[in-house]
Design a protein around this ligand. Structure first.
Ligand code: 2HA
Ligand code: ZN
Length: 275
């Protein structure tokens, strides 16, 4: 009885609702069909106070790489095989709240009610958190999704990160403002594996956004809004690219226009792309 009451209280916690709502929105944008996509969110101690009080370990999950920088941290992670479209109506089957309890272990404190486990991309997420925290102590979230136009672009554009950055910056005025560090692009690599996790985390040393060719996008940030805003803005730029790439272009944003914009808004953009 006490446990049931506790389960209901956790579902009402605002961090669980915030995650469930953003997953629902990602689904409604068409960026996470079926079980596509996954999310992990570092929680503040304050947000999990009620769970910490109980701290019952329901299950443990083990990883063969070093989680030392995350020890003691709490995360919400989407479950493997789960559908984003179901998370809002049924958070406790689709999401799990975990604590990193030692260098190789995540302990489940709440969720995965039907016997689930963390997403197959959890190693990639955890490695990305470690890298982003090294460069930004306020970093909190990693979202992976399958935005249509970004994937389209990986079929018709080369996979050079500098070329992508320049072309996406030129699609709309907002791009350089929202992702001044640019965007990294990886070739097709087998998902769910060590190689793609290492390659993605490596790019995260310098970028908040990494494209996986013919697959999707990883975005990170200090907040759900920041990571979601990156996804929206990148996907919008890619949509414009896809709509105009085979049309006659009469005018575009010049390198000088971008420099002017960066100067006016005091944007510290990645050098070597437009200058
Ligand atoms: O979780 O998107 O990359 C399903 C995926 C794997
Ligand atoms: Zn995916």
């Amino acid at each position: 009885m006490k446990r049931k009451y506790y389960q209901r209280e956790v579902i009402k916690m605002s961090c669980v609702m915030d995650v469930a709502e953003i997953l629902d929105l990602l689904y409604k944008h068409g960026w996470d069909e079926r079980n596509g996509g996954n999310l992990s969110y570092l929680l503040e101690e304050e947000e999990v106070r009620d769970i910490v009080k109980e701290e019952v370990t329901l299950k443990t999950f083990h990883y063969n790489f070093d989680l030392t920088p995350l020890i003691g941290k709490y995360l919400i992670i989407t479950g493997t095989g789960k559908y984003f479209k179901n998370c809002l109506k049924d958070p406790s089957n689709n999401l799990g709240i975990m604590k990193v309890t030692d260098a190789h272990t995540l302990s489940l404190l709440w969720g995965y009610d039907d016997g689930g486990r963390p997403t197959s991309e959890a190693p990639t997420h955890l490695k990305c958190h470690i890298e982003r925290l090294k460069v930004d102590s306020k970093h909190r979230i990693v979202i992976h999704c399958h935005p249509t136009n970004v994937i389209c672009m990986t079929h018709v554009h080369d996979l050079d990160s500098a070329h992508w950055t320049k072309d996406l910056w030129k699609m709309q005025t907002e791009s350089i403002v929202v992702f001044p560090e640019g965007i990294a692009v990886l070739p097709w690599i087998l998902c769910g594996g060590e190689e793609i996790g290492e390659a993605t985390a490596y790019k995260m040393k310098e970028y908040r956004s990494v494209v996986w060719a013919q697959h999707g996008l990883f975005c990170t940030g200090r907040s759900i809004d920041e990571a979601f805003g990156l996804i929206e803005t990148i996907e919008k730029a890619a949509e414009i690219y896809i709509k105009i790439c085979d049309k006659k272009i009469y005018q575009t944003i010049s390198d000088e226009n971008l420099q002017l914009l960066a100067h006016a808004f005091n944007i510290d953009y990645r050098k070597g792309i437009i200058d």
